[in-house]
Design a protein around this ligand. Structure first.
Ligand SMILES: [Zn+2]
Length: 156
């Protein structure tokens, strides 16, 4: 597995499985390599269950996965993220968000101040480990999206 692939997968896993859909890069690794990498990287890793959108400047919640940590904490689509774990995120980028999420991996807790309908609200999200079913789904989604061509294209 090459380094670029692993960084891509970590970034995708940290945000949400839905984030994979926004990424149009083609995967050059073998399906088996990818499956192993996804299983290895997601094992023991915690997830948020929401996808985040960049506003330039700023970030907001784009979508919240059903029955995930973000939904349980009442994070909602459209919420603008004003601060997370003491970092001001009023003009943050997706990269800043990923770094904050990564730094929170030990405690698994995000203290978020969101702006919703002009009102500031404090939300505490407890990140949760991926279940086996979620990991299976991520593998299936990745293979379907990035390796589908390989199964129908003529062999070289
Ligand atoms: Zn792949």
């Amino acid at each position: 597995m090459n380094v670029r692939l692993s960084h891509f997968l970590i970034a995708a896993l940290l945000v949400a499985p839905a984030a994979l859909a926004d990424d149009s890069r083609i995967c050059n690794a073998s399906a088996r390599e990818c499956e192993q990498a996804i299983r290895q990287l997601s094992s023991g890793r915690r997830y948020l269950g929401a996808s985040i959108q960049e506003l330039n400047p700023g970030i907001r919640v784009k979508a919240v996965n059903e029955d995930g940590p973000a939904e349980r904490a009442d994070l909602r689509p459209g919420d603008r993220l004003m601060a997370i774990n003491g970092h001001g995120t009023r003009s943050a980028s997706i990269q800043d968000f990923k770094k904050i999420l990564y730094d929170a991996k030990e405690t698994g807790v995000l203290w978020i101040i969101v702006q919703r309908d002009g009102i500031l609200k404090k939300i505490e999200v407890r990140l949760e480990p991926y279940t086996k079913a979620q990991i299976d789904k991520m593998v299936a989604q990745h293979l379907a999206q990035f390796h589908a061509i390989a199964t129908t294209a003529p062999q070289q």
